[in-house]
Design a protein around this ligand. Structure first.
Ligand SMILES: Nc1ncnc2c1ncn2[C@@H]1O[C@H](COP(=O)(O)OP(=O)(O)OP(=O)(O)O)[C@@H](O)[C@H]1O
Length: 304
């Protein structure tokens, strides 16, 4: 059974805006899926459809084979959701907030407290557990909202920009927690983010969405094969002739795109035979960020 199944899903808002346009994605249990796209691409709308907060205009979506519109309570029981504006209570402490949400899911107070303490520790909030939420920083709130989403031990976690307000250290902490949840507990992660570098560190597969349409779906290698060059070779050299199609990217630094590693020795030989001096050579495969900009309109605009 798929953890998440999205089948030909579309959503048009009342004013006529088509936010999600015939999207299909299936996630196996334990996958860490990165849902990437520019502002307004349709990511949050997709998450809201998966949580039953919105009804599809056509197509369907399922969480562990349950329809979020028909069975919202059952879907909520297996899902944790982190959005930028999670509803929590300013006049309660961090610990009290978590216990409150634990009890809402039918977990006893003592068990909720036990789970809350573990989560607070994992998210580096133990020192602040007895402080009211009103004095929490944005980053602390963001981490507490992740703890809140995990209090009922969900099987799938929907994260909408979970690290947007966090400093690099907290981002790394949250990222390693997310990775461990998938690896050790088999939790499926549906991660919407703009932070491509962090996404590349933890995601096993990606979906690229723009203007509601799914542009690409696959692992990093599969996405790489969608853009032309296999890798970029960067060469630090002097006295280069202009026989090869180099791009000059710095003082004595040149780049050339190749389809595979096999082309590199030939390039080096050509340079040396042409009287060039080579100081350094490195090969770089396209990063998730390179792929993102190559496939989305923003990147195409910049290239033109
Ligand atoms: N309630 C609404 N009514 C009408 N249009 C909406 C509504 N909510 C979102 N939209 C529009 O639907 C499109 C998709 O929005 P959505 O919030 O899903 O994008 P997103 O990818 O999550 O963007 P971001 O990265 O900025 O959060 C946008 O054009 C947005 O303006």
């Amino acid at each position: 059974m798929n953890a998440v199944g999205i089948d030909d899903l579309s959503k048009t808002y009342a004013g006529g805006k088509k936010a999600v346009d015939h999207v299909s994605i299936s996630l196996a249990q334990g996958e860490v899926f990165g849902f990437l796209g520019p502002n307004g691409a349709g990511k949050t709308t997709t998450v809201k459809l998966l949580n039953g907060m919105l009804t599809p205009s056509s197509g369907s979506c399922r969480v562990f084979d349950m329809d979020p519109v028909q069975n919202p309570e059952k879907v909520h029981a297996v899902s944790g959701v982190v959005t930028e504006h999670a509803q929590m209570y300013d006049n309660l402490t961090g610990l009290q907030n978590l216990v409150f949400y634990g009890c809402l899911f039918g977990i006893s107070t003592s068990e909720s407290e036990k789970r809350a303490e573990v989560l607070l520790k994992q998210l580096d909030l133990t020192d602040a557990k007895n402080q009211k939420l009103s004095v929490y920083s944005t980053g602390m709130r963001q981490r507490l909202s992740l703890a809140r989403a995990l209090i009922h031990e969900p099987k799938v976690l929907f994260l909408d920009e979970p690290t947007s307000g966090l400093d690099p250290e907290s981002t790394q902490n949250v990222n390693s927690l997310i990775r461990n949840l998938a690896r050790e507990k088999g939790i499926t992660i549906f991660l919407c983010t703009h932070q491509l570098r962090y996404a590349q560190e933890i995601c096993t597969r990606y979906g690229l969405i723009e203007k509601g349409e799914l542009l690409a779906l696959g692992t990093l290698e599969q996405l790489r094969s969608k853009i032309l060059s296999g890798m970029t070779v960067r060469i630090k050299a002097g006295h280069l002739t202009s026989q090869l199609p180099y791009r000059k990217v710095g003082e004595q630094i040149f780049e050339i795109d190749v389809k595979s590693e096999e082309e590199i020795p030939r390039i080096i030989r050509q340079i040396v035979q042409g009287g060039g001096d080579i100081y350094h050579v490195s090969a770089k495969k396209p990063s998730l960020e390179d792929i993102y900009f190559a496939l989305t309109a923003k990147g195409k605009e910049e290239i033109q």
